[in-house]
Design a protein around this ligand. Structure first.
Ligand SMILES: [Fe+2]
Length: 294
């Protein structure tokens, strides 16, 4: 994929394709000690690929915030396991202190897209693995641009007309968030097309999620959920899916306008997991409402 090729060639940084071919792993980069020009190459790789992995990067929470902030405007995460010192990132973990989970627990274990309930779309998600189980807890990411292109033309023409109603309230209820009456009053539904344009390469992509989907414009709820289920099933076939098997100190970044993703389970009696998550909106987007869950 085209991306500041000359700069990469002149540097020690290389990329290798990740299976099934829509993401890349960055090699030869020490993010914490990278030069400004190396970090510009990192930015370009992230802008130009739906999924980016960098392994073996020892970062503390402050460095995770700094790195994520290069890629977009960070949202405060006060509802979803905020880090006590850095509310720009969430803690995803099964660990407990004094009998209480230290962060969000068991979130995202179904196919969904982050940021669907924002009025303006364009979220990028970054995860950083601090402690990772030796097995399980894989993150699955499907290429919804490739899935779109694999649909027959007549089906694509029908789907271009479909508008999805996304409900933030539904999401919060799913995660049993404590909501005040004011919170509930301020949670308006938003409508987004089911076909979007990927900022990565300008290709069309399916914009799929189960969690926030309340219905579709001009369709019965039953038909809407059936259509969403069918498209999610289609887009998440193995041929479209990258499976990230976590190692400690991995960075995993994806563009939510070109993908759909899912967390997976692990043996929580055997392993601890501690992952930092950051959500970045385009720098061009005005600050909007604060932090939905998935
Ligand atoms: Fe998610």
């Amino acid at each position: 994929m085209a991306m500041a090729a000359r700069s990469i060639e002149q540097s020690h940084i290389t990329t290798k394709s990740l299976p099934p071919g829509f993401g890349v792993e960055i090699l030869g980069m020490d993010v914490a000690n990278a030069s400004p020009s190396d970090l510009e190459i990192f930015d370009a790789i992230c802008r130009n690929n739906p999924v980016v992995v960098v392994r073996d990067q020892k970062l503390d929470a402050a460095q995770v915030v700094k790195l994520a902030g290069r890629l977009g405007r960070l949202s405060s995460q006060h509802r979803t396991g905020p880090h006590p010192e850095f509310p720009e990132i969430s803690i995803l973990s099964n660990k407990k202190v004094d009998g209480k989970y230290i962060g969000a627990h068991e979130v995202g274990r179904s196919w969904h897209t982050d940021g669907t309930t924002y009025t303006k779309l364009g979220l990028v998600t970054m995860l950083y693995g601090v402690e990772c189980p030796a097995e399980g807890s894989d993150t699955l990411i499907a290429d919804t641009a490739a899935a779109w292109e694999a649909l027959p033309p007549e089906r694509r023409a029908e789907l271009e007309k479909v508008q999805v109603v996304h409900s933030r309230l539904k999401l919060f209820q799913k995660y049993k968030a404590q909501l005040s009456e004011d919170d509930m009053r301020n949670m308006h539904d938003v409508v987004h097309p089911i076909v979007v344009t990927s900022p990565v390469d300008g290709r069309k992509a399916l914009f799929l999620t189960k969690g926030s989907t309340k219905g579709m414009v001009g369709m019965s709820d039953e038909d809407a959920h059936k259509l969403m289920d069918e498209l999610v099933q289609f887009a998440t076939q193995e041929r479209f899916v990258y499976r990230h098997r976590w190692r400690p100190h991995d960075i995993l970044i994806w563009n939510d306008l070109a993908t759909v993703h899912s967390a997976t389970s692990y043996d929580e009696t055997k392993y601890d997991r501690l992952v930092y998550r950051a959500w970045m909106r385009p720098f061009t987007t005005e600050f909007e409402e604060i932090g939905p869950a998935h």
